[in-house]
Ligand binder design. Sequence first.
Ligand SMILES: [Zn+2]
Length: 251
Amino acid sequence: MEEPPPDSHHRRRICNRCDRPNPICLCHVLPSDLLPTNTEIIILHHPLESRHKLNTTPLLIKSLNNITRIPSRRLRRHHISAASPPPTIYLFPSSPSSPAITISEFKSLNLKNQQISILNSNPSPLRLIVFDATWKHAKEMVRASEEVLREVGAVRVCLDNGIDASVTGGTIYDSELLLRKEPFGGCVSTAEAVARCLRVVEVDGEEIERKLIRVLKEMVRMQSVYLKPMKPRPKLLKKRFQNQQNEEDED
Ligand SMILES: [Zn+2]
């Protein structure tokens, strides 16, 4: 009797724990139990982004126990609980019309408030809203969500060393930058951004960050082995180049 052919079939199987195809299963680096956090994390997930192979939100869902993913282009009132809302922050770079404070600045401000209410012995809960989308879509999502963000008194925060166009490189996630071709250096993935935030605001922040980054790095390593970098087809490239030329000519 012939042996079954070395299976192309099996390789397509999806791991039932991490929901990833078996060859790029990440179970060996995922925390064995979901990591508890004092921070409630809400990921507003752009529908297009959630289909992207290199999207990092699923890694967070498989690693953290106080996280909700909302597939939507805008934050709506019913998405977030109204009863005694905790202090709420949303992660987005500073802009002239909506300046952000760094997450560390927020923490020290918040600590001062906590010291006023001495009876509060537990670390006060916090809500962190993150927009997971391309840069362009995230801007649209924040704009569309402004009303609700204002209603819940959400404070705009940015990462301590900034994720804005003026920052070049410096992320531990440069390999994803290569894969995703983010528009400028300093852009970090959603998972890295959340990891960096939690490092600052959580009691066990450094430990949580370390565990999340470990998963992230392993994902990048595996994707770089299994995914061929995308190259635009020569024809398209040529056409795009010609269009560009034409636009320039028209100017
Ligand atoms: Zn797995």
